[in-house]
Design a protein around this ligand. Sequence first.
Ligand SMILES: [Zn+2]
Ligand SMILES: [Zn+2]
Length: 449
Amino acid sequence: MLPFQEQVLSKALEILKKYPLCDHCLGRQFALLGYGVENAERGAAIKLILTLDANALLPAQKRKGIKLLKILISHGFFKTAKETLYKITGKTLKGQSRTCYLCENKFEKIQKITEKIVEKLGAYEYHNFVIGIELPVEVEEREDEFKAEFQIKHGENLRNEFGRTIGKKISEKTGKPVNHRAPDIVVLLNPFTEQIRLQINPLYIRGRYRKLIRGIPQAKWICTQCQGKGCPKCGGAGKMYPESVEELISKPILEAAQGTKTSFHASGREDVDARMLGTGRPFIVEVANPRKRLLDLKALELTINKRAEGKIEVLNLKLADKNIVRKLKKAEATQKLYRIIVKFDKKVSDEELILLEKKLSRIMVRQKTPRRVLHRRADLTREKYIYKVKVKKLTPKMAEIRILCQGGLYIKELVTGDMGRTVPSVSQILNTNATPLELDVLEVMLKEE
Ligand SMILES: [Zn+2]
Ligand SMILES: [Zn+2]
């Protein structure tokens, strides 16, 4: 067996005898040998050593030496070999190939492509990026066959080299790092067609909101009559309520981030007629295609709160990532604290209210989907835990009840009993009709925080 360096050289020569390759593409076949050097330097170094070898064959084995030089010129496009041949024979080689078999000389365009990409990126604010290389199928197949033909063991593939090289050049120009895990922008490049597309990943802003007044839905509520087109029922607005928590929060964020649209995600929702107080309810706004990302969140908070003054307010805005959306959506198992004002059909004694506290604390409530939401929710039976209930008498026929429970419990139905669909209930325990008057969410507790 040949010593290792001779194995490399003889393989390189075997390759060049058959196919024209640029420095990048020759060096890439040995990419895993030697760190801190680019494939182009590696390829040029191999070609240089082969040129020295050819030169050393002269004058004793002139034919062999000249043949080798001609290979390096015609299939290696190698300048030193060309000059060496001219020095020895006084001739230049005519009609040599100029196109690399693997990359079709696309590496020569890298500088120009990099500049185009940097220009496109200039329209956006971003922390980091990644390059995604799209290759024509035939180019990839050609490389696979090539690697099999020469049993390449220490090579890198073309896609990798393009991605890595261009990524590095863009980093040098912009000062932004490449990030493979969660890039702000994915640059999709086909080096063969020179098509460049930017995929702008969403911006996520999280926080908590408080809803200070009743009568505002959490989400924009599309008109059920016209499905948003505008009709007499909705006064042409296409929605049931002029404002929603979602819109009041999302609009200023969309304007600041200069994106194309927003999606609003929250940890549960309160009814239109319920307030959301205390430290607020966690939410995330997802902005599609943001041009701005380096936002002053404190200023944004002030803008939202000023524009929605007296209706809602946000607190603690922070940048978030995609994973938090998933966490937020399945955060139902957390605790919530409610306050509800209840009216009874009869006078209720202090003893009865003490009994109510006892019978509702530390129990599991069985709840079928409330009739009022059956049109949009599946008819299921849920079991939700109540940790603690506190009752305060307001008048002989009215009380304030505070309920600390598992998220997802329907509070109004816990009061009315919903025609026996919620068991137990305030109505059932007191043996009277209990009617909810005002509902507030006081706390939403998330495990993740
Ligand atoms: Zn090449
Ligand atoms: Zn309508």
